[in-house]
Ligand binder design. Structure first.
Ligand code: PMP
Ligand code: GLN
Length: 407
């Protein structure tokens, strides 16, 4: 504002002589994407003291040795100043070694790995780097909320491929029918938030063949890569024939090591794709999380027993919460991966997930997320509600006993 109080947005006085300019401040591309549901629901949990099974973050920190590694890095002055743009060499090497150890992929840590501020920045940089206005991006609906925002910020158009209950598997004939000459990129997410669907090797092969046939780029969000249950295995689509040169794989330390606040994520991709994503990334944060990068490098080298233990712990919690929710009267879609379970509230006589979640703290002292926010067609997601099970066992037991009072 100028000294006389006139509002001079856009460099000119507003027409009504100094009152607020009438043009909406939030640009149209972000229309409807105001505040994330995670912020809204975590604030509700704090305000009401309800158990927060909404936003996906663990209530117990990750391994002590990893936390200590961060302290050591801070004390030793490693990463306290801007780290290198692509990430510290120790972490890039550890990411490359992780991809080789778990998936047999060989990557050059200097040209094919990029460290980002969480998977969130990796998604944003990938979309901003690879998309032109008007390009179409096909993504599984329900989609993780930042996909819609990032595709919109790039000026591109999201084309939903709806995953339908009860299996939430993608209809790959429908996928084929949605590919047009404007389709530029397939945005995959497996294991899938919020449904817990995990793509099968056959589905991945079909998707890969479509990408090759139509010369599409693929971005694949694999932040839950280590949270796959019932003996199933995560297969990165980048490991399939013809995919390496067209795929940006995205992951993060947040979910695998239970340090969501550190915001250490990464992409792995061909040198050409990595270079493009890095161009966008350097103007977003430039760099982030200096000392934590060293700690995550150590975390990635944890023995098999750590990864197995994480998976077993969360599988047991999945079972505990899923069974509890069933007993409480919810329809439950038991997930194959992630740490979320999607439920159907219709057996409880409700059909509006938003209203249900807004009243749940008062009715039962629990917070959950209405899946409708992850849909373009909100009605399609209306009866579904997501609960997170990355919480202590006693917390989940208490949540279940409260939810049983609903019936
Ligand atoms: N993708 C998915 C599917 C997620 O659930 C999340 C939430 N962790 C993210 C990306 C963001 O990850 P990060 O916290 O590392 O930015
Ligand atoms: N990924 C987390 C979830 O799906 C939330 C992350 C966030 O708050 N942006 O719940």
């Amino acid at each position: 504002m100028s000294q006389d109080g006139a509002c001079k947005l856009n460099g000119y006085p507003s027409e009504n002589g100094g009152a607020m300019n009438t043009r909406p401040l939030l640009n149209r591309r972000l229309d409807g994407l105001g505040t994330t549901i995670f912020a809204e629901m975590s604030a509700l949990a704090t305000a009401t003291g309800a158990i927060n099974l909404g936003q996906g973050f663990p209530d117990t920190d990750g391994p002590e040795s990893v936390r200590e590694a961060a302290v050591r890095a801070l004390r030793d002055g490693r990463g306290n100043q801007y780290p290198p743009g692509p990430g510290v060499p120790e972490l890039r090497q550890a990411i490359a070694d992780h991809q080789h150890r778990f998936y047999g992929l060989s990557l050059d840590p200097d040209t094919e790995v990029l460290v980002t501020a969480g998977a969130t920045e990796a998604i944003a940089a990938t979309m901003l780097a690879l998309l032109e206005p008007g390009d179409e991006v096909i993504a599984f609906e329900p989609f993780y909320d930042s996909y819609a925002a990032c595709v919109a910020m790039a000026g591109a158009k999201r084309v939903p491929l709806t995953l339908r209950a009860p299996s939430f598997r993608p209809d790959l004939d429908e996928l084929r029918s949605k590919i047009t000459p404007r389709t530029r990129l397939l945005l995959l997410n497996t294991p899938h938030n919020p449904t817990g669907m995990v793509l099968t090797p056959d589905e991945q092969s079909t998707i890969a063949a479509l990408a090759v046939e139509h010369d599409l780029l693929v971005a694949t969000d694999e932040v839950y890569e280590h949270l796959v249950f019932d003996g199933a295995a995560h297969v990165p689509i980048a490991s399939l024939p013809g995919m390496r040169e067209r795929t940006v794989s995205i992951s993060s330390a947040g979910k695998t090591f239970s340090f969501t606040g550190w915001k250490v994520g990464w992409t792995t991709a061909s040198p050409e794709l990595t270079s493009a994503v890095r161009s966008a990334k350097q103007y977003l944060t430039y760099v982030s999380s200096g000392p934590f990068q060293y700690a995550v490098a150590e975390a990635l080298r944890l023995p098999e027993a750590y990864y197995d233990g994480l998976r077993a712990d969360l599988q047991a919690k999945r079972d505990l919460l899923s069974e509890g929710l069933e007993e409480a009267g919810f329809g439950v879609y038991r997930p194959r991966g992630t740490y979320f379970v999607t439920t159907d509230i219709r057996p409880l006589g409700a059909d509006d997930g938003f209203a249900f979640c807004r009243s749940l703290p008062e009715r039962a002292g629990v917070v959950a997320i209405p899946n409708a926010v992850f849909y373009d067609h909100r009605e399609a997601g209306a009866p579904f509600v997501r609960f997170a099970f990355c919480k202590r066992t006693d917390v989940l037991e208490e949540a279940v006993s409260r939810l049983k009072r609903l019936g």
